[in-house]
Write a protein that binds this ligand. Sequence first.
Ligand code: SF4
Length: 210
Amino acid sequence: VKPGWLQETKALKAVESLKNRGYEAYYHPSREPARAGILESIPLDATIGFGGSMTLMEIGVLEALEARGNVLITGINEPLGPERTESRRRAMLSDVFLTGINALTTDGLIVNLDNSGNRVASMVFGPKRVIMVTGVNKIVDSLEHAVARVRNHAAVMNAGRLERNTPCRATGRCIDCNSPERICRVLTIVERCPAATEVSVWIIGEALGF
Ligand code: SF4
């Protein structure tokens, strides 16, 4: 049996489900052909918004876009505050918005948990096109598993990455805290491709982000 067959089977099921829900959807076993396909789908003069995603940073799409001359609006190098908020607002009106996904169910539900909400807002309205990229590690079998994944895994990992003073950093588990530094503030479930936005979802057969 081919290694990774189970993840690939789930990824192909998710692609089929996403297409039925009105998205363009693709599966590539590795990052290189996915990156090439994503780059090819973006015009050279398109402005690019970025929602913050370890997956996208890992596959090198942002550097490639910048190198060929696309204008990127990321805000990632600005300190938290009015400047970054303004960049996030501008990113919401970009031609193409790039983002990762926190959890994807095999039946095509897209589940995310945000702090400011700029990423999840831009995923559903604002940019002309949205490109979502995810590794197979984000694919789960049900909405229940997806919510558990975003709360108990993705959010906790992000709290650690951002060095937040939150209970999950000590326990490794979400306790639905009321900490001032809580990063989990906006939970979204996207059930179908949003009506006014063209969205493509690219699944890569590797473990990417968290
Ligand atoms: S709600 Fe609080 S404890 Fe739970 S993951 Fe978010 S920051 Fe951590």
